[in-house]
Design a protein around this ligand. Structure first.
Ligand SMILES: [Zn+2]
Ligand SMILES: [Zn+2]
Length: 356
């Protein structure tokens, strides 16, 4: 008796198999149906800066932290989105969050989901972007109705705050809150402006705590101004503005200090780490030297050392392969053939520093 053999093929990879779904073998089907490929890449979430409630499908839901608010919002909405496409999420996890420019948050999510009733659940990971929209929830709005006592204005001297600094500052504020130094409900608003960041607080004492910690971390100066907003029970009520001003220079800048030319390597714990571009030595300066450090204009190019002998080095510039020769005052040990360097032009003079 002859057995009838019908050979079936996967229409994608051509593999011979009897197990086909919509004409695809299981591997190709899974590849073509990654569950998280079917969701949005950006989510805008309304979060209350006081109580970390988030707004989802017409209601405010209370949580204990930003991470929890994002997690719960995403879980609820991604489960919902996928179930409409016939995908059942069995496990959801927010694995990592990372702050980005303009207050955006990059989230790594992981799901285990059943994409087809005949198949075992599969795991999938994806990065998505969350844009928090800081808005007071109904309860907090009622409780405060516009009331705040102090505003912190975070700015930089003679320049705008960079995106990198913005991220560092926001991380620091979050750290201060998560350590319990300042109550999260004391902050009623975080305003992102082109020139910097404004924080509104219901408590002057807590505003001052944040300002002092920011000043310590970022070498900022603090200045307070008052305005009378009325009287209550015969006592004057004042609104306080604390201006937290970052230095005119930031990490990576080229500056002049006591006649020398330096690259700012780090600003950390009330100290400035500056690299002398002439003798290639690092100096550590205290906060009191802040006003003697002046940023200078410069151009930065990248190059590679192609020869180094005594104090003479030849650098090939990466953008046009031009070779330039520098006679250094001192050649540090690391400055050898094959090393990547940054080449700075400051007032018609060339300097090099170690590149990445
Ligand atoms: Zn296949
Ligand atoms: Zn709230």
């Amino acid at each position: 008796m002859a057995k009838i053999n019908i050979t079936r093929f996967c229409i994608e990879c051509g593999k011979k198999t009897d197990k086909l779904i919509n004409g695809l073998c299981i591997e190709c089907y899974l590849k073509a149906n990654k569950p998280l490929a079917k969701i949005d890449s950006t989510y805008s979430i309304r979060i209350c800066p006081q109580c970390y409630s988030y707004r989802s499908r017409g209601r405010w839901i209370k949580t204990g932290s930003l991470m929890e608010a994002i997690n719960n919002y995403l879980e609820e909405n991604i489960r919902h989105e996928l179930s409409k496409k016939g995908i059942k999420v069995e496990d959801f996890k927010l694995e990592n969050i990372q702050r980005m420019r303009k207050g955006r948050i990059r989230c790594l999510i992981r799901v285990v989901a059943k994409i087809h009733p005949k198949l075992n659940p599969i795991e999938d990971r994806r990065e998505i972007i969350v844009v928090p929209k800081w808005t007071l929830c109904e309860n907090c709005l009622k409780a405060k109705s516009g009331y705040y006592e102090a505003t912190i204005q975070i700015r930089a001297e003679n320049r705008r705050i960079s995106e990198e600094e913005r991220i560092l500052i926001e991380n620091k504020i979050e750290e201060i809150v998560s350590k319990g130094i300042v109550r999260p409900e004391a902050i009623t608003e975080i305003e992102e402006l082109n020139e910097g960041i404004n924080l509104k607080l219901t408590s002057y004492r807590e505003a001052l705590k944040i300002s002092k910690l920011l000043s310590k971390e970022f070498l900022a100066s603090i200045k307070e101004t008052y305005s009378t907003i009325g009287f209550r029970g015969g006592r004057e009520r004042r609104k306080i503005t604390i201006l937290v001003k970052l230095p005119s220079f930031k990490v990576g800048d080229i500056v002049e200090y006591k006649g020398g030319t330096y690259k700012i390597m780090n600003i950390y714990h009330e100290k400035i780490y500056a690299y002398n571009l002439e003798d290639h030595k690092m100096i550590v300066l205290s906060q009191s030297e802040r006003n003697r450090i002046k940023p200078v204009s410069y151009t930065r190019r990248y190059g590679m050392i192609i020869s180094a002998k005594d104090n003479l080095v030849q650098v090939m510039l990466m953008d046009n392969y031009q070779i330039i020769e520098l006679d250094l005052r001192r050649r540090p040990d690391w400055l050898k053939e094959g090393i990547n360097v940054e080449v700075f032009m400051v007032k018609d003079k060339l300097y090099i520093a170690r590149g990445l």
